[in-house]
Ligand binder design. Structure first.
Ligand code: ASP
Length: 334
């Protein structure tokens, strides 16, 4: 029997049309393009249904509310389909992929997020290739997790980040090689599932800040990041997790800890992991209560914090869970 795939079309470039204000998503336009492309009628493709969201959005407008809508849409159609594809804008694709990986626990079916850099209606669009390959993967491979497919590569969603604003090779997974690449030998790194029923966890918007450390950053600037209602701060530090050592600056971390603000240390480097024991400029941070985000991406850390703060668990437990590998989002065990 032919497999059935559910396509949730949220918006993004793939279905956009040029307007006088630049590209915008237009209701029904993507479906029209698909009808015009003969490859979508090929027998080797699974059956698919496209559910168009209202309103269609540029993914710059995504919020945790949208993540929740997508998760419940998957849940409501879970029994009827063999796999799920989320058509999404590339700008926040890695955030949604990461968020869904935490919201959806015990996935037994593939959930693939994809889109394109060039609209399907244009000659050189990468949309056709990305969508057709996603349909084939969703129907033929048993990858029971949230993945992101782009430019011939299937990635674990919560390890990805957008690395190119224009090019077709727009995504990278700096700390985990792709799960597989079209034309190359399969390298599936499976996630261990407890084979329980699908759980759709709660998620709501949380006040979280992101700081990038730079030479000369002052304690006055730092102080502003810890103002109410902030609950957590992602600190993008140097190298293996190092930051300036002046006392006034470090004191701000102490004050933040007193206010029960969680500070997660990530590296500004494209790849690698935080190890605050490497240098004294990192060790002092851990003494002041900063916790290591190991090799998490910014997208995975932000969405993991949203997810954890939305559960009824203590600050202590949230700090523990940040360093725990919940959905394959962390490799490093330092
Ligand atoms: N701005 C678009 C979006 O994220 C970009 C894209 O889809 O590639 O919706």
């Amino acid at each position: 029997m032919k497999k059935k795939i559910y396509i949730a079309y949220t918006g993004g470039t793939i279905g956009m049309k040029k307007s006088k204000n630049g590209y915008i998503p237009i209701s029904g336009f993507l479906q029209k393009q698909i009808k015009k492309i003969s490859e979508f009628k090929k027998k080797y493709l699974p059956k698919f249904k496209i559910k168009e969201y209202q309103p269609l959005i540029d993914s710059s407008n995504m919020t945790p509310k949208n993540w929740k809508i997508i998760a419940y849409d998957i849940k409501n159609n879970y029994q009827k389909y063999d796999g799920f594809i989320i058509l999404h804008g590339t700008d926040t694709m890695s955030y949604t992929a990461s968020a869904l990986s935490f919201i959806l626990e015990n996935l037994e079916k593939p959930v693939i997020i994809t889109g394109s850099q060039i609209p399907l209606c244009e000659k050189k669009s990468d949309g056709k290739k990305n969508l057709i390959n996603s349909l084939l993967i969703a129907a033929n491979y048993s990858i029971k997790e949230v993945t992101l497919f782009f430019n011939n590569k299937l990635y674990r969603g919560n390890r990805t980040t957008k690395i190119n604003a224009n090019g077709l090779d727009a995504f990278s997974s700096p700390n985990l090689p792709p799960l597989f690449e079209i034309g190359k030998k399969k390298r599936i790194e499976k996630i261990k599932n407890k084979k329980k029923k699908l759980i759709v966890h709660k998620i709501s918007n949380q006040p979280i800040n992101i700081i990038t450390i730079y030479p000369g950053i002052s304690e006055k600037i730092l102080k502003n990041y810890f103002l109410k209602p902030v609950k957590a701060v992602i600190l993008c530090s140097y190298g293996t997790g190092n930051a300036p050592q002046n006392k006034k600056f470090l004191n701000q971390f102490k004050k933040a800890r007193k206010k029960k603000i969680i500070i997660v240390n990530l590296t500004q480097c494209i790849s690698g992991t935080v190890n605050m024991n490497n240098y004294s400029t990192g060790k002092t941070l851990s003494k002041f209560g900063v916790i290591s985000g190991l090799d998490l991406t910014i997208e995975a850390t932000l969405t993991k914090l949203h997810f954890l703060f939305s559960q009824k668990i203590s600050i202590k437990k949230i700090k523990m869970k940040i360093k725990e590998n919940l959905r394959g989002e962390i490799t490093s065990k330092l």
